[in-house]
Design a protein around this ligand. Structure first.
Ligand SMILES: *Cc1c(COP(=O)(O)O)cnc(C)c1O
Length: 372
């Protein structure tokens, strides 16, 4: 149903939530990060469909702004991105080739990030069969124990003539904690391995790493989250907000004091109340953990979410706004000028990354800017 649903939602038959993605803001964020990184290069991470915002719209806008390197997680994401971007930009695939997948990388000119001796051996063998080593990135596990080769193993690969390692990369585990000792320790390990690969560029920083200081920028930075408006800094958010998520009122009702709202009757009106039901729920990616938390905004007024988040709807205490202010179809902000991604995520006990990547496909999606 997904593809047809997206097409129909785009026609906006009404009743669904509206997700507005500001491509100009994403481009401005990339430009700001690129300026901050200079003289290092600045790539863009567009895995998970550009963190849920739509890689088919986001990536071309960034390429037009001068971004020449893109990262995705999986081969299938890389193949889809190549179709969208055409031949020019470099596309790197973080998870590297699964067994037997090397020909798929070559067919779409995707550069694998090699994470293990097995992946390195398979890529080298494929290159030999093609007549020459093919470019690759190499991920070093400098202290996260997630992906990549241990430093000593990685250094040994430097001597192999059947590998063409263009990029040496690693990922920080604790970049969101500025003073965490793991940051400097991971940097030191990567710099040590780098001595064995004089011809390769080095990359360590993602969004948060870019705000640890220029020592972390090396040759290439790989921001994702910050492009999409998530705050990568310890203080005030230097990024432009990118998304607005609005949901329509479906019904408004008056309830007497003592009436209970929603599944499990987890909220009860202490006084007569006006309840507004909005057409958005956890099936749209609104965390169920927001039950009896958070709220929606109407012209600077916050209406508290009361009762549980249902699959397709939420209920708000709208007693504070005049009766005429809410009618079926009135749009309220769930994420927007008064409530940014990070704040809503925090109320749900999660991070902006998870909130964004879970946004559903029942929305009408509107793209602004980006030359559209
Ligand atoms: C996801 C990812 C990034 C981007 O991280 P952000 O925190 O979103 O900037 C960079 N590098 C690697 C290896 C990743 O997995």
């Amino acid at each position: 149903m997904g593809a047809l649903q997206r097409t129909l939602a785009a026609e906006h038959l009404g009743g669904t939530a509206v997700l507005t993605v500001d491509l100009d803001a994403i481009v401005a964020n990339w430009r700001m990060l690129a300026a901050r990184a200079r003289p290092a290069d600045c790539a863009a991470v567009v895995k998970a469909d550009a963190y849920g915002l739509g890689a088919a719209a986001v990536a071309p806008a960034l390429a037009a702004a001068g971004c020449g390197q893109f990262f995705v997680a999986h081969l299938v994401e890389g193949v889809a991105l190549r179709r969208v971007l055409g031949a020019g930009p470099e596309i790197l695939v973080l998870h590297g080739p699964a067994p037997g997948a090397a020909p798929g990388f070559a067919a779409h000119r995707l550069v694998p990030v090699l994470n293990s001796l097995a992946q390195a051996a398979a890529w080298a063998e494929f290159g030999r069969a093609q007549g020459a080593p093919l470019p690759a990135g190499l991920q070093v596990d400098t202290g996260m124990a997630r992906l990549g080769l241990p430093a000593a193993q990685a250094a040994q690969l430097a001597a192999r003539p059947d590998l063409d390692i263009r990029l040496l990369l690693s990922h920080l585990a604790c970049a969101d904690e500025v003073g965490h000792p793991a940051n400097a320790a991971q940097l030191a390990v990567l710099l040590e391995v780098r001595r064995h690969f004089p011809g390769a560029a080095a990359s360590l920083a993602a969004s948060f790493g870019m705000f640890l200081g220029p020592a972390y920028h090396l040759d290439l930075v790989r921001p994702g989250a910050a492009l999409y408006g998530i705050n990568p800094a310890a203080g005030a958010n230097p990024m432009r907000p990118v998304i607005r998520l609005q949901a329509p009122v479906v019904q408004v009702r008056e309830i007497p004091a003592g009436a209970a709202v929603g599944y499990g009757h987890t909220w009860r009106a202490g006084a007569p109340a006006r309840i507004a039901t909005l057409g958005i729920g956890y099936a749209d990616g609104l965390p169920r953990a927001l039950s009896n938390r958070a709220g929606a905004w109407l012209g600077g007024v916050r209406l508290k979410l009361v009762g549980r988040v249902s699959m397709d709807s939420i209920t708000l205490d709208a007693s504070a706004v005049p009766e005429g202010a809410l009618a079926p179809g009135t749009l309220l902000d769930l994420i927007g000028p008064d409530c940014d991604v990070d704040a809503v995520a925090a109320e749900a006990g999660t991070v902006g990354y998870e909130l964004l990547t879970r946004l559903g496909d029942r929305f009408q999606r509107r793209y602004r800017g980006g030359g559209l």
